[in-house]
Ligand binder design. Structure first.
Ligand code: FES
Length: 166
């Protein structure tokens, strides 16, 4: 399906890498696949694997490893809170739990209106500015640092009302 829908983009990506290093194209191809569906479907993993000579399980393990890729559908907005130890010491776990409670979900779940998924992730390289999260939207990733539950809820309200980048 990707090959039929985005032949030129795929060719452009593959052309960046020498023929004997096609595997290196896995990341941009996964990005393309995720942009298409909001997550990387099993079918897309198989297709990407076929394009560059990897096993689907190898592609699947990359999707599982990187927090920027998803193997399940989620909300329009993904809020990924770092709950790694340094951030936990600055209250990140409590922040994530309180935020989820206010949204009526548990960590890892999506709100009933399908707009917001809240997930816990590992270090986002802003340890001294916790609680912080990266917000994934259709047009990219945006970082929000030194957050409170109130500021995060205001951001979510803004996103739900006006859409956009966050
Ligand atoms: S441990 Fe949370 S950003 Fe580094």
């Amino acid at each position: 399906m990707l090959r039929e829908k985005y032949p030129q983009e795929i060719e452009r990506i593959l052309a960046i890498y020498p023929p004997d290093q096609r595997r290196s194209a896995v990341m941009p191809l996964l990005y393309l696949a995720q942009r298409e569906s909001g997550y990387v479907t099993r079918q897309a993993m198989e297709e990407v694997a076929g394009l560059i000579g990897l096993e689907p399980t190898q592609v699947g393990s990359l999707v599982g490893f990187y927090t920027l890729y998803h193997d399940e559908p989620g909300g329009t907005y993904r809020i990924q809170v770092c709950t790694d130890l340094p951030c936990a010491l600055r209250g990140a776990e409590a922040f994530a739990e309180d935020l989820c409670r206010n949204l009526g979900i548990r960590l890892g779940e999506t709100t009933a209106d399908g707009s917001v998924t809240v997930e816990a992730v590992m270090c986002l390289a802003g340890c001294d500015r916790a609680p912080l999260f990266q917000l994934q939207t259709a047009d990219g990733i945006h970082y929000h640092e030194n957050q409170t539950v109130q500021s995060a809820l205001e951001l979510i309200e803004h996103l739900r009302r006006d859409g956009g980048r966050g």
